[in-house]
Design a binder for this molecule. Structure first.
Ligand SMILES: [Zn+2]
Length: 81
């Protein structure tokens, strides 16, 4: 799951100007997508607003790891319920 999340983040969220930013994360499908909406990591606008990660630069390794951690924590909590 963690590797999958890292892969999705790297493709959809990490570029400085992601394609379709704000709409790049489907609401259904992969559990990671659901988690992204639940944790405000779905687009760069939400990342900037809720997580203090500015738009307009490519995500660093630390920032990617942080986002993946947030997503995986949320999924782990859902599975524990
Ligand atoms: Zn968003």
């Amino acid at each position: 799951m963690r590797a999958h999340a890292a892969d999705l983040i790297g493709k959809r969220l990490a570029p400085a100007e992601p394609r379709n930013d704000g709409r790049q994360t489907p609401y259904r499908g992969h559990p990671v997508f659901v988690a992204q909406h639940a944790t405000a990591t779905c687009c760069r606008g939400c990342l900037a607003k809720w997580h203090g990660i500015a738009k307009g630069h490519e995500l660093t390794a630390d920032e990617r790891a942080y986002v993946v951690g947030v997503i995986c924590d949320w999924i782990a909590k859902q599975l524990a319920v």
